[in-house]
Design a protein around this ligand. Structure first.
Ligand code: TEU
Length: 608
């Protein structure tokens, strides 16, 4: 394949559009329908909202899958890579979206799902049609013969667990073999060891780049190279016959060869790339993907922050976390990328995660707005490219605690309840209640309720009033919606607009500046300094508590208290100057109100 490029440490941070970009993520089924009769959003609905997206200060749009799909996993099961899902619209609608984006000088990032296809894809239908060499498509997927245990019972080739529960192998009675599916049985994994698969994916990528796509978000891209021989996974859950195989299919031996293959094409088109990489955290491994000179990926989504409240073997098993831990994760990735001239993809929400206000702060009515603004400050002012997920900019929260599972739609949650909880804990009411609580906290449906455009019409303006949306609209839409916020200077929307504009206005500090975490052990607040140079820097302080806290200002930060506050989420002045000697000597402490956020900027000596 491709001779691997060696790593030479680059000099200086190179500046480029995607580092300065603010990216808006859209979940098509829940964003906006243009037709009053559609239970899901549509592509023309998205096009009708581009001015809104641009007005927020986001200049690049990432669309979750819109290609032909039976929607078993909401589009992450593609049945035709060169056709648009009819529920979302037509190829013409898609071309028009690209035209309208480019007319606004905005960029379009498509979701590339090539670890697996749908089992309805022509490739898989041909692959499962017959065994043996005669079928050139057989080896496009990962087929293996059965094993038989001591009682002669047929068993899957190994003990790998699927991410949606149960064995990661599906028996195919027709051809008497198993095929691998790390996700649902209707999502068979492609065999990237087969050069025909690689070139088919490459030509599909060129097809979309030729149609004007500006880049790709690559779905579980670190899963495409598996451990040769597909050995059994180590036992991490003795209560289950199936074990998490992540160590045997994450960043496999040929991953970087495959990524450089794709990278070469993207370079030809100066296209953008962000790779979704669950389970990745090792610096050396990460830099192989995002190292500037590697020409593989521009950035990756790691899962260390969004896995902080779940167990490795099962994300729904509760896990308490500390603010110290959270700060440790942030510091690790900030330092890693700055040290190696890599680049971070910053996110707190997406279509697989619950709402950040409910998860990391408080969605209690009295704290919700402050929490939303504090988390906007926390995310947008770190070093990296921020991703804002639809609804995050108006402070949407998790589904109501009153919602029962019949209102949930996500295969991951519903499979977990049916195949694990109702099987292994059928009589354990207490455990069942814990799981139902964890679904309300961490289930993917929390991020998938329809976008709340207005507070008057029955479906919040997402689709027609007579239409039952594919997922119910959150009942708080009557108060929390775009219409209420777009012209309200004190709204969550306006705050996001301000913080994203500040990031671009002072890009030497907030885009290309250094990052220093302060007070890493503190359990009540997060504070860090961003600095372009000795004179141009900022102090960012945020309380993560729903009660008043005192933050002792470290020696090296007291000078900021003389600087004007450039951004704050409370109307009136911070109560923070008490105890600060004018010369900054003596210990200073700031009294932080619940979820208070403050940004002090010193540019070129104290600015006015
Ligand atoms: O997600 C990969 C992934 O790891 C998550 O699904 C994970 O299992 C969990 O839900 C997050 O905590 C990607 C897509 O983003 C997701 O929507 C798809 O379901 C999945 O791949 C399969 O394509």
């Amino acid at each position: 394949m491709f001779p691997l490029k060696e790593s030479q440490p680059p000099t200086g941070i190179h500046r480029t559009w995607w580092k300065e970009s603010n990216i808006y993520q859209i979940y098509p089924s829940s964003f906006q329908s243009h037709s009053p009769n559609s239970p899901t959003g549509t592509i023309r609905g998205i096009t009708s909202r581009l001015s809104y997206i641009q007005s927020l200060g986001t200049d690049t749009v990432w669309l979750c899958p819109i290609l032909a799909s039976p929607q078993i996993d909401m589009g992450y099961d593609i049945s035709d890579y060169r056709d648009i899902h009819e529920g979302y619209g037509t190829m013409e609608d898609h071309d028009e979206l690209i035209r309208e984006l480019h007319a606004r000088k905005m960029k379009y990032v498509m979701d590339l799902v090539v670890n697996h296809t749908s089992d309805q894809h022509e490739w898989f239908k041909k692959s499962r049609s017959s065994r043996g060499k005669g079928n050139e498509y057989r080896d496009w997927y990962i087929w293996r013969p059965a094993k038989y245990d001591k009682d002669g019972q047929r068993q899957p080739p190994n003990n790998w667990l699927s991410y949606f529960g149960g064995s990661a192998w599906q028996w195919d009675a027709m051809t008497q073999e198993y095929y691998l599916h790390l996700f649902a049985p209707s999502q068979p994994d492609l065999n990237w060891e087969n050069p025909s698969v690689v070139s088919a994916v490459h030509s599909m990528i060129r097809f979309w780049l030729d149609r004007g796509v500006d880049g790709f978000r690559m779905d579980v891209i670190n899963f495409i190279s598996k451990e040769p021989g597909l050995p059994n996974a180590p036992v991490s859950d003795p209560t289950s016959p199936w074990q998490s195989p992540i160590a045997l299919h994450s960043c496999g031996p040929r991953l970087h060869e495959f990524l450089q293959g794709i990278g070469t094409i993207l370079k030809e088109y100066d296209a953008f790339s962000v790779g979704e990489m669950p389970g990745v955290g090792d610096e050396k491994e990460v830099m192989k993907s995002v190292g500037q000179e590697r020409e593989e990926l521009n950035m990756i989504f790691h899962f260390e922050l969004v896995s902080i409240d779940g167990q490795t073997q099962d994300k729904f098993l509760p896990r308490n976390w500390t603010l110290q831990e959270l700060k440790g994760i942030i510091s690790k990735w900030q330092a890693m990328m700055l040290r190696n001239h890599g680049w971070n993809a910053l996110y707190l929400e997406n279509h697989d995660q619950p709402r950040s206000i409910s998860r990391f702060a408080s969605d209690a009515p009295e704290y919700r707005k402050f929490s939303a603004k504090m988390l906007a400050t926390f995310l947008a002012l770190q070093s990296g490219t921020p991703y804002i997920y639809q609804g995050q900019e108006i402070g949407q929260i998790n589904v109501p605690r009153s919602w029962a599972l019949d209102k949930y739609r996500d295969i991951e949650t519903l499979n977990h309840w049916r195949d694990k909880v109702l099987v292994e804990y059928a009589e354990d009411k207490e455990f069942q209640d814990i799981m139902l609580r964890e679904y309300r906290k961490k289930g993917r449906d929390n991020g998938r309720t329809p976008m709340q455009w207005d507070g008057k019409s029955r479906n919040a303006g997402f689709t027609g009033e007579e239409t039952q949306p594919w997922m119910d609209v959150h009942p708080d839409y009557t108060e929390w919606n775009v219409e209420n916020q777009i012209n309200d200077p004190d709204s969550v929307f306006s705050y996001w607009k301000t913080v994203l504009a500040l990031r671009k206005e002072l890009k030497d500090i907030f885009v290309y500046g250094d990052f220093e975490m302060l007070d890493p052990e503190g359990e009540q607040s997060v504070a860090f300094i961003r600095s372009a140079d000795e004179r141009n820097k900022a102090l960012v302080v945020m309380s993560f508590k729903d009660y008043e806290t005192e933050w002792r200002v470290p020696e090296g930060a007291t000078s900021f208290l003389q600087c004007p506050v450039k951004l704050k989420n409370y109307e009136d002045e911070p109560q923070s100057r008490q105890g600060g000697g004018a010369e900054g000597g003596g210990s200073s402490a700031m009294i932080l109100r619940p979820f208070e956020a403050l940004v002090y900027v010193s540019s070129g000596g104290n600015s006015d």
